[in-house]
Design a protein around this ligand. Structure first.
Ligand SMILES: [Zn+2]
Length: 247
C-alpha cells in the first residue's frame, strides 16, 4: 500500500499592504488565525479588525451589558498583542446575527473605510468538517463578508454609503477564509505563535468560563496543536491555513 498523498498548502500571496479581518465575535481571530496576523504586522503590513458583535452572549454567568464591555476590552488588548490597533464593532446582536442587507451594508461600509487588498473572515460553511456544527453567527458573517467584498466596489448597490462619503473600493483582491474545511494556502506561524498564545490569553474571562483547565495550558495546547497539524501540509513548519478565494 502506498501512503495517501497529503495535498500541500501554497504560500499566501505577499503583494499586498492592507488587510481587514471581519468576524462575528471577540476571540474568532485568536482561535487559530492570529499567528499569521502577527507575522504580517511584523512585515509592516496594516491589519484592522471589524467584529459584528461584542460577544455579549458568550458567558453564561455574565449579563450581556456587562459582558459586552468586558469582551470589547479583552478584544482590544488581544489585537494589540499582534500589532493591530484598529478594532471596530458593528453592534449586531450576539447569537442572532442575521445574514441580510443590513449586515452586508455594514461590512461593505467597513471595507470602503479601510480599503484593504486582503479581506479575512472565518468559516462560513455549515460545519467545521465532519459533524461539528458551525454557529449561525459565523455562517452569516462569513457569507456576508464574501458578498460585501464585491458590494464595496459597486456604487449602485448601497447608494446611501456614497452619501456618507464612502466611495466604492474595488481593490479587494482576495478573501481568505480561516478555519475553512477546504484550505488552500498557509502562513508560517513560527514567529507569531508565542504572540498568538498571549493574544488568545487576553480573552481570559471568557476562557476561564469555558474551561476548568489552566488557561495558559489550554491555549498553548490548542494553538500549538492546530499549527503543527496544519504544518503537516506546509513543509513541516507550524502554520495557519486559509481558503483563499480570488476576486
Ligand atoms: Zn465565534
Amino acid at each position: 500500500m502506498t501512503e495517501p498523498t497529503i495535498t500541500q498548502l501554497e504560500a499566501m500571496p505577499g503583494d499586498w499592504q492592507r488587510a481587514l479581518a471581519v468576524v462575528a465575535h471577540p476571540d474568532d481571530l485568536e482561535y487559530g488565525c492570529s499567528a499569521a496576523i502577527a507575522a504580517w504586522t511584523d512585515e509592516g503590513r496594516e491589519v484592522a479588525y471589524v467584529l459584528a458583535t461584542r460577544g455579549e452572549a458568550g458567558i453564561d454567568t455574565l449579563a450581556p451589558t456587562e459582558c459586552g464591555a468586558l469582551r470589547e476590552r479583552e478584544q482590544r488588548a488581544s489585537a494589540a498583542v499582534v500589532g493591530v490597533s484598529e478594532v471596530e464593532f458593528l453592534d449586531h446582536r450576539d447569537g442572532v446575527v442575521e445574514y441580510g442587507i443590513p449586515l452586508r451594508r455594514d461590512i461593505a461600509a467597513a471595507i470602503r473605510r479601510y480599503r484593504p487588498e486582503l479581506v479575512i473572515t472565518l468559516n462560513h460553511r455549515d460545519t467545521w468538517g465532519g459533524v461539528a456544527w458551525n454557529t449561525p453567527d459565523h455562517v452569516a458573517v462569513g457569507r456576508a463578508t464574501l458578498d460585501a467584498a464585491a458590494d464595496a466596489g459597486n456604487r449602485w448597490i448601497f447608494p446611501e454609503l456614497i452619501e456618507q462619503g464612502l466611495e466604492p473600493w474595488n481593490g479587494v483582491r482576495w478573501v481568505a477564509v480561516a478555519g475553512s474545511t477546504r484550505p488552500t494556502h498557509a502562513v508560517d506561524a513560527s514567529a507569531g505563535l508565542e504572540r498568538a498564545v498571549r493574544s488568545l490569553l487576553e480573552h481570559r474571562t471568557y476562557i476561564e468560563a469555558l474551561t476548568d483547565e489552566d488557561p495558559e495550558t489550554y491555549v498553548r495546547g490548542f494553538l500549538t496543536g492546530y499549527a503543527q497539524a496544519t504544518g503537516e501540509r506546509f513543509g513541516g513548519r507550524p502554520a495557519v491555513a486559509f481558503e483563499l478565494l480570488g476576486r
